[in-house]
Design a protein around this ligand. Structure first.
Ligand code: ATP
Length: 314
């Protein structure tokens, strides 16, 4: 059985490597990213088995994503190729030194055409954990149904469900998303959110209050990701707090997914809640201090790197 099954959308990425508007001849880096595949790659690098379910187009970008995931050790045997539409694409401009602008070309494209049929419920039922994000239900009616098919299959089999809010304002309103997230929180065992995201489902309040309110909806583990302030969790009614690591911020995108990979990894290893938060923080620190959404994710042998007091290891 596989450690973690996850499903969702992954898009190709063209990211400018210099500052300014996109222009003819400007240098760029080709990559890809998606919240759930970021988590799957993080888990795979930490030595866990991870399967990603999703759709890609029958085009060079679809091949790029699938080949790279395979290279990272993520099981792509459940990925469907959709011959009718292209793979989605993100364009990232470093508009100024401090402002990044991402444009998405995803509506109606392969990733959004995920359906319940794409979800092997037997695979989900045999997994150790199912991980879903709040992005997938915003993509289309069929993608939303696919998430529910997976969550129902996991619950019926007693497989813990992990849910990361991942609210994307470009895809749906706070009201629409809030209602959908409330159902997913109630169905989940492990919930990840930012402070502001949490307030979409429960009344705004202190970190402690918000986490407690979320836990009251059902999940045994509620984890609040707090950026440079680290993370806070309520696990089985007990609260835990862990500070972030002091690192140089290079690229904040993907920190949340890295954190989730670290937390779930520690959970799968049977570590206690404080250790889960610590590994989440370490993975988040790796992610923010390297360019790219997932490229900086650590391998298991590198986890201790962040404890080093010297900058150079040799
Ligand atoms: P994103 O959506 O940008 O991927 P997020 O909002 O879901 O991220 P954050 O709370 O920003 O998640 O970051 C997740 C984790 O990454 C934090 O809990 C922390 O462990 C780590 N992290 C984020 N920012 C920093 C930072 N500036 N310094 C050190 N660690 C950080």
């Amino acid at each position: 059985s596989v450690d973690v099954v996850t499903l969702g959308e992954t898009m190709a990425l063209v990211a400018a490597t210099t500052t300014g508007s996109f222009a003819v001849g400007a240098p760029a880096r080709i990559s890809f990213g998606g919240a759930e595949t970021n988590v799957a790659i993080g888990l795979s690098r930490l030595g866990h088995s991870a399967t990603w379910i999703g759709r890609l187009g029958a085009d060079p970008l679809g091949h790029l994503v699938k080949d790279a995931l395979r290279g990272e050790g993520v099981d792509v045997s459940h990925v469907r190729t959709d011959a009718e539409v292209p793979t989605g694409l993100m364009l990232r401009e470093h508009r100024t030194a401090d402002r990044v602008r991402v444009s998405y070309y995803r509506r109606g494209l392969a990733g959004s055409r995920l359906t319940p049929d794409d979800v092997d419920t037997g695979l989900v039922a045999a997994a150790r954990t199912l991980h879903v994000s709040g992005i997938t239900p915003a993509l289309s009616e069929s993608a939303r149904a696919a998430v529910h098919t997976a969550v129902d299959a996991a619950r019926a089999a007693g497989v813990p469900v992990s849910f990361d809010f991942n609210y994307r304002a470009a895809l749906w309103s706070v009201t629409e998303a809030g209602a959908a997230f409330r159902d997913l929180v109630a169905a989940a065992d492990i919930v990840f959110a930012g402070d502001e995201e949490a307030a979409m489902v429960v009344p705004a309040g202190s970190v402690e209050e918000v986490a407690k309110e979320l836990a009251a909806l059902g999940p045994a583990q509620v984890v609040l990701k707090r950026g440079a302030a680290g993370a806070y969790a309520v696990v089985d009614g007990e609260s835990f707090t862990e500070p972030a690591l002091a690192v140089s911020l290079i690229d904040p995108v993907g920190a949340g997914d890295a954190f989730v990979a670290g937390y779930l990894s520690a959970m799968l290893d049977g570590l206690d809640p404080a250790q889960r938060l610590r590994r989440g923080n370490v993975c988040g620190a790796f992610a923010v201090s390297v360019a790219g959404d997932w490229e900086g994710l650590p391998r298991r042998s590198e986890l201790a790197t962040m404890d080093a007091t010297e900058n150079v290891a040799r």
